[in-house]
Design a protein around this ligand. Sequence first.
Ligand code: PLP
Length: 456
Amino acid sequence: MKSETLKYYSTNLKSPEVTFQEALLRGLAPDGGLYMPVSFPLITFEELESFSDKNYYEIAFIVLNKIIGKEINKQDLLNLCLDAYNFDVPLEKVCYRKYIMRLDQGPTASFKDFAARMMSRLMQYYLALNNQHLTILTATSGDTGSAVANAFYGLKNINVIILFPDNEVTFMQRKQMTTLQNNIKVIAIDGKFDDCQRLVKKAFLDPSLSHINLSSANSINIGRLLPQSVYYFYAWSRLSERVDDKAVFSVPSGNFGNLMGGLIARKMGLPVKQFIISTNENDEVPEFLRTGNYKSISPSKNCISSAMNVGHPSNLARVVALYGGMMDETGIIIKAPDLNRMHEDLFAVSVTDEKTRLTIAEIYKQYNILIEPHGAIAWQGINEYFRFYKNYNSEKQLCISLETAHPAKFPEEIRQIINVDPILPPSLIGLAEKTESYFSLENDYERFKALILKYY
Ligand SMILES: *Cc1c(COP(=O)(O)O)cnc(C)c1O
């Protein structure tokens, strides 16, 4: 297929189709829906076979070039990929053909680096082409803020303002945001994560700020989703034995952006047998698959896998759309998806905190492998998968479990469970001593707005 302009539609179907560039810079569609590619270009068998000889950044280039098409110059895209993906993606063997893919070697030791680094570079690319400037506003409960701050740090044409709840992020998470400075402004709000999000939403709707080109960097942006399909191709290219060797991936899921990346990869031709959706006790999606009825969980439950404490996943509307249904932002199903097809492709499990801790202990004792709570939920998903599909050959099936953060980001939890101090990855060494700079603000819109006007 020759590259042509691929259009993006809104899951609410009430906005016009747009180019990749527009979808990227807008974030949310005007009708409140999420942008999705109208079609999925195929990676050919020859390309799939060639991946085993290619570096991560080269695979990223081939996959992204397919789906972005001629909206970007090829050489420029290759350079962006080379610049964004300058870290390892280890695949660690556990037993038989079961592996853990460690997506924790980026600058903030979280899988969110894969998406944030590419999205920020794509945004900067288009802004520079159009001679535009952008201000990113993001509320964070921890991991997103640090990945976004790091990814946008030092980029031209973009300022970033990040809000976090003063008492709800860990010391390390705060340090990852507040020690950068330059074009990254960080604000501690005397309130909860929801207060931060409310302030950001109000700013987006404020007519007196309409002269500022504001955008968001959360996981609803299509520019964050597409790069997350690449590591599925990468893992498969390193571990598959034949071009029709179908893998099972277990994805620890909160807002379902990671899973969407996998589903996109499959649509583009990646040989996947099934995806395991592994959630913590916020089990609204496993329940949805079981019963066909969707009920969000509010407030969401506080589990130790804190980045997955989501009671209504923001990307669920996209998953529903992929299976022929329609769901609005609030979670109301306007058209039911094809549940049978979902059951063929997806296996969903919910894992308790107690089981999460046991899994961390078991895999450490049995295989001397250290994982953190999110990755442990994914690994437990694989265990339950073979308990359910008793006739599947657990020794022959290629299985890849996604580890989405570095264990050193959860030192207290891990120490309590197995009495081990995780070794800091290079990206986190020395962070504790670095100088911080951030504002503290009461939960007050007018004061927040004054800061935006000062820093945009
Ligand atoms: C964000 C995050 C997740 C959840 O990913 P989604 O794309 O929201 O499903 C899982 N693990 C970690 C460590 C995260 O930071």
